[in-house]
Design a protein around this ligand. Sequence first.
Ligand SMILES: CC1(C)C(=O)N([C@H]2C=Cc3c(O)cccc32)c2nc(Nc3ccccc3)ncc21
Length: 327
Amino acid sequence: MSQDRAASPSDQVARIGHYELLDTIGHGSFAKVRLGRHIPTGTQVAVKVIRWQNTPKLQKLQERELDCMRILDHPNIVKLFEVIDTKRFRFLVMEYVSGGDLFSYLETHGPMTEDQARGPFRQLVSAVQYCHQKGIVHRDLKPENVLFDAQRTVRLADFGLSIQFGDGKLRTLCGTLPYAAPELFLGLEYDGPAVDVWSLGVVLYNMLTTTLPFHGADFWSIRRQIMTGKYEPPKGVSLLGQALLKKLMNLEPAERGSLTEVMPHPWLNKGQEEWLQPYREPPSEDMDPGVMQKMTELGFECERIRDSVKGRKYNSVMATYVMLRAA
Ligand SMILES: CC1(C)C(=O)N([C@H]2C=Cc3c(O)cccc32)c2nc(Nc3ccccc3)ncc21
């Protein structure tokens, strides 16, 4: 900025913590997502800016999202780096995924062949199975929430509606209508994971056709179709593909099977070197000496780094370590 020009408001970039906040890349109900930059390392981030809600119910929803994000650490789930709470806002500093979302991909490129869909869908199944293993259901699986990174690897986003199901049943009807499982409309208690399995079936159908198995002009006609469980078999899809869709979108939740039981399905493993199996978290590794070196040069103390990373504090120390580690 030239010296003689006084810094006008537009020149001052918004800052929070060690981050510059740049333009908005998306907004939801009570949150918006802004591109950000971690000043000490230059890492690009995506910052979810959540305005504190004043009703206890909504506050609980916000707490849930963070509780879920803290627990999850999977190569196909967007990473949380840091949490910054101020009086009016919560800032969730997350990984910036640069390849856009699956919905836009399908809009631009049209339907995927089965071979094109298999890789991304396997990654999605792996991510959701991992969530279920950790006692978390997503509850809003749809192409809009599936992002691709620069290596075209899937990154599951938006745990705004996800919840820890523990061993109990759930009852809230939520998610997005065309992806909603039939049992959600009965108002009874339902098994969380089975709802995600159904939505994955709708997502796979959408990837292979860019249409929806259950579609209609209004809520009641879509609801009616979902309750019959009948859909137009997708044209040109192999018998194996049809069989997987049938299994995932089975009217009877118990018949769908858990994702662990779905993983060995022949369609998911056709032509693949390795069988799809539940993700095993790597043993919590020792601190990376190279990163430790860089961080001590940045003025951090070893003990503080170890505590923040091992204790998953999601503070600026852990964030810096994780960003340098991923660089
Ligand atoms: C923090 C987090 C996880 C998130 O909440 N969003 C939002 C914002 C836009 C959007 C969307 O269009 C689809 C899904 C999630 C989202 C993110 N978007 C990106 N990159 C991006 C890049 C180009 C276009 C769209 C998204 N990276 C990380 C996130």
